[in-house]
Design a protein around this ligand. Structure first.
Ligand code: UD1
Length: 392
């Protein structure tokens, strides 16, 4: 069974790695890594393949940056050609980036003839599409990722969710419950797979920081970093916070470009209590998270990793598509003008109690493999899944 695993941008690599390794271990699956090239810098992409022990991508679409429409359209055109040539049985898309939606659209609309095993006719077929991390909703359609989530979930044949809110959101949107399967959080599999290496890394020491006495900062959302006023206010807040809690800030390319254009990068660079770095590889970054006092971010995945590790996280966003990190975990949403006060509060209170959400246990990839095996058997016994066959 040929299974394409779509990897495109930094947060995707941690989601496909455990699944690639789990599929490699069974004799019926042929996992193929398709990199769309949405993220292409060494430290946004290749470094993650090395850390997560992934082979170089088997197929590289080399699409690169562009506007949303350009990026989505270019991935669709490039991936359609690949589907027609390789005829995969299953396409697994992960997360919510532009390439997730683009590959889903390409795969559900394509069709190619396959020989019917019993009769001398050709059936038309397309690959099944499965979405891993389905059902998450911020209910904020100004986020490009929310559009990608809604459209991907409306089109995919199989929806693997990380938490019960995901199941509920999908059912409310009218998705057939038969398509939904809760498998848990695949990012936790990567974290557990790499735990020993991460623990041995002690990245904070390289930065001259003491365990538990620094904060980690990441920002890249357009709503926070594409606006001069909010970026300027954010920098002032970070400088002020760093006087109490030294900060290490790996800077995303989008954020760096905007900080440079607004003349803010030197302000941060000149602040002795803020360490600016290039984006870090997975192991070094997670090592900082393991050892830090708290995190200030607008990332999606970091909200989950900090909840799992019981580390306080302030997420500078008005909403989250990952509500269990707030209701069960250590995550707090905050506005720009609240951030300094909330950091102080978090420093005084210390770590709160947090519960690990159900099925965030490092065994999600195994559950996904079992799920694929079940529908593989359906394909083998019927020739194709009736939902997707298009018999002439
Ligand atoms: C994308 C995802 C976002 C995810 C984030 C993680 C979408 C809509 N957004 O946002 O959900 O959280 O990745 O990083 O898919 N760039 C580089 N080098 C790279 C990659 C990007 O310089 O390797 C530059 C691009 O030229 C562009 C900017 O960074 O100017 C944004 O890249 P893009 O992938 O379009 O979106 P992200 O902001 O990274």
């Amino acid at each position: 069974m040929q299974i394409h695993l779509i990897a495109a941008a930094r947060p995707n690599f941690m989601k496909i790695a455990p699944l690639y390794h789990a599929l490699k271990a069974v004799d019926w699956a042929d996992p193929v890594i398709v990199h769309t090239g949405q993220h292409y810098d060494l430290n946004m992409s290749d470094a993650f393949f090395t850390d997560l022990k992934l082979p170089a991508p088997h197929i590289h679409l080399g699409v690169g940056s562009g506007s949303h429409a350009e990026q989505t359209g270019n991935v669709m055109m490039a991936y359609e050609k690949v589907i027609l040539e390789k005829k995969p049985d299953l396409v697994v898309v992960v997360g919510d980036v532009n390439s997730t939606l683009a590959c889903t659209l390409a795969a559900v609309k394509v069709s190619y003839p396959i020989q019917n095993s019993k009769f001398k006719i050709q059936n038309l077929r397309r690959p099944l599409v499965a979405h891993l991390e389905a059902g998450l909703r911020s209910f904020d359609r100004t986020m490009p990722e929310e559009i990608n989530r809604i459209a991907t979930d409306a089109l995919a044949d199989v929806l693997w969710t990380p938490s019960s809110d995901g199941d509920e959101n999908l059912v409310k949107e009218g998705v057939d419950p038969e398509k939904i399967e809760r498998v848990g959080n695949i990012m936790i599999d990567s974290l557990e797979m790499m735990r020993e290496t991460i623990t041995a890394q002690n990245a904070h020491v390289e930065f001259g920081l003491e365990k538990g006495l620094f904060g980690v900062v990441t920002f890249h959302r357009p709503a926070n970093v594409d606006n001069v006023e909010s970026l300027t206010a954010l920098c002032s807040s970070l400088i002020s916070i760093s006087k109490r809690l030294p900060l290490v800030f790996p800077v995303h390319p989008r954020t760096r470009k905007n900080l440079q254009e607004c003349g803010l990068i030197s302000k941060l660079d000149n602040c002795s209590t803020i360490i600016l770095t290039e984006p870090l590889n997975y192991v070094r970054f997670m090592s900082l998270i393991f050892n830090c006092r708290m995190v200030i971010t607008d990332s999606g995945g970091i909200q989950e990793e900090t909840t799992y590790l019981g580390i306080p996280c302030l997420t500078m966003r008005p909403n989250t598509e990952r509500p269990v990190t707030v209701t069960e975990g250590t995550n707090c949403l905050c506005a720009l003008d609240e951030i300094e006060g909330m950091v102080l509060e978090a420093l005084q209170i210390g770590r709160g109690t947090s519960k690990t959400p159900d099925l965030w246990d490092g065994h999600t990839a195994q559950r996904v493999v079992k799920s694929i095996k079940r529908f593989k058997e359906t394909i083998v016994s019927t020739g194709s899944l009736s939902a997707i066959s298009n018999d002439p």
